[in-house]
Write a protein of this length. Sequence first.
Length: 174
Amino acid sequence: MLQPEIEKLLNEQIVAELYSSNLYLNMAAWFSERSLTGYAHWYYTQYQEEVDHAMIFFGYLAQAGGKPVIGAIDEPDSEWPDVKAVLAKGLAHEQYVTSLIYKIVDAATEAKDYKTVEFLKWFVNEQVEEEDNASTNLGRYEAIGTDGAGLHALDAELGARVYTQTTQIAGYQL
């Protein structure tokens, strides 16, 4: 059985992951509207990953004796002034999600809920990758500035990203 505080934090994380998925879907739409289809594809893939993350938390809650409850999901931003602002928002958002994961790790550690601490290790490592990807995307864009050829090359490269459902989800499907 999960302690009520841990269950609450895990349910809040489901909502946060679904918010993330909606944010990235809005980013994909924003890029698509501007014919930056590679960036659009990259963020659509990011959207899919965030849905997977939500479902992993959902499955863990159910398996660990908690009750998954999906709360209201706020409407994410859908407009940005330029490419750099979208990429900066992506990085800031991943840093925020990392802070949420750390908050659950801290609470689970304090509660001596070692099964949840162990479960969260994958997410701690995943956030290293998420922040690195977001930082790299922003840094590479900043390096090319508004150079059209450079932007086109980055767009094409980002369009090659392949969605692969994480194997982590298999252990937490209902």
